[in-house]
Design a protein around this ligand. Structure first.
Ligand SMILES: [Fe+2]
Ligand SMILES: [Fe+2]
Length: 381
């Protein structure tokens, strides 16, 4: 029988206490306020978070009433405790692509132990092996910032925005794997970890110390991870063997999700509160400077040039020109990403556009195109 009212409940004559004398509450048996009987239909992939975000379960409120871990859609006690969340407005954490990105992340997890053909590594010329080890040292150092940063803010995010927290949990796992795979690569071919310079640490500190989550997200997702994504996109040119190519390709898929979330989040954060735009610009004014210093630090740039050139002997005629083409691509792509996020950086940035070979007028026409692999919403289509 369907139990829909207190009267139905009373008619069952259920006990009001246990044999030990403890009180019992049968209110849940009535179905509370939930939409009992609504049955999500699994799609070809199985039962996704999109499938169950139906009816009131899928309604993400702008400003949720409670600040507790009570599941969205349940019948919540009025006196549920306040967990001390400070990110209680949807535009402070949400991105409309976040549920799909979470599902994609879960479906595309990989293992650095199992999925990289480590057995195929062969002895490389000493300069190339050293350059690869230096690049891996920098990468394994900086990857974990994208774990620490979301972790720093997540417990401050209202649990009503559950899927955003779930997505950030996948980012945390992804970054642990990146840190792990580059550490493994540094050691796996008889080389090791080389030098760690203060420049990398200053960059990480700038990101970690951002005053708001949205500023932090702009620095991390738009600038930092965007930069790393574009380096991984050049993996075919950088990687000396198919082993590194695979590492870059798999890591690139993960980074693309993080950047897709951040780009959409920033766009919605600005739409939700126009004052946020100035805040983000300020963070990026500083962030771009620190980033340019990081990107041009002498050890990282020499190691990259050697890998692009295929050896120290070709660094002048091949390494440097390729590196400068790569820098143009990276910063064009960053500025275009800012446009997609609703930020006009091209007219504000103090990046040396002339030196980077970026033409302002050309850029405004081409800068807003969606990337090849992802559409305007940052999702794979
Ligand atoms: Fe990463
Ligand atoms: Fe990332």
């Amino acid at each position: 029988m369907a139990i829909t009212s207190d009267e139905d409940l009373r008619s069952l004559e259920l006990p009001s206490e246990t044999p030990m004398g403890q009180p019992l509450d049968w209110a849940w048996l009535r179905g509370a306020r939930s939409e009992w009987g609504m049955k999500p239909v699994p799609g070809p992939r199985g039962l996704t978070m999109m499938d169950i975000a139906t009816g009131s379960y899928g309604e993400i409120e702008e400003e949720p009433q409670f600040r507790s871990m009570a599941p969205r859609g349940s019948d919540i006690d009025e006196n549920t405790p306040d967990m001390g969340y400070i990110l209680n407005h949807k535009s402070q954490v949400w991105a409309d692509n976040v549920i799909e990105l979470y599902e994609e992340a879960v479906a595309r997890q990989w293992s650095s132990t199992r999925d990289i053909p480590w057995g195929d590594l062969r002895e490389l010329p000493s300069d190339i092996e050293h350059a690869m080890c230096q690049l891996c040292t920098v990468l394994t150092e900086i990857e974990m910032i994208a774990t620490d940063l979301p972790a720093k803010w997540m417990w401050r995010m209202n649990h009503h925005f559950l899927e955003a927290k779930m997505f950030l949990s996948t980012q945390i796992m992804d970054e642990a794997r990146h840190s792990d795979v580059f550490r493994k690569r540094a050691l796996a071919n008889g080389g090791g970890l080389l030098v760690s310079r203060a420049g990398s640490e200053s960059l990480l500190r700038t990101i970690l110390e951002a005053k708001t989550y949205t500023q932090a997200s702009a620095l991390l997702h738009l600038l930092g991870e965007g930069f790393i994504l574009d380096i991984f996109r050049q993996g075919e040119l950088i990687a000396p063997t198919p082993v590194e190519k695979k590492i870059f390709r798999l890591s690139m898929q993960d980074e693309a999700r993080h950047v897709a979330y951040g780009t959409m989040h920033i766009r919605q954060a600005i739409a939700g509160d126009p004052d946020v735009e100035a805040e983000i610009h300020e963070a990026l004014d500083h962030g771009e400077k620190v980033f340019a210093e990081f990107g041009t630090q002498p050890d990282l740039s020499s190691a990259l040039a050697v890998l692009l050139a295929g050896g120290v002997e070709h660094i002048e005629e091949r390494g440097f020109p390729m590196q400068s083409t790569m820098a143009t691509k990276i910063f064009t792509s960053y500025l275009a990403r800012c446009e997609r996020a609703g930020l006009n950086r091209i007219d504000r940035t103090s990046l040396p556009l002339d030196l980077l070979g970026i033409d302002r007028d050309q850029f405004t026409r081409e800068g807003v195109r969606p990337t090849k692999e992802r559409g305007e919403d940052g999702l794979r289509h």
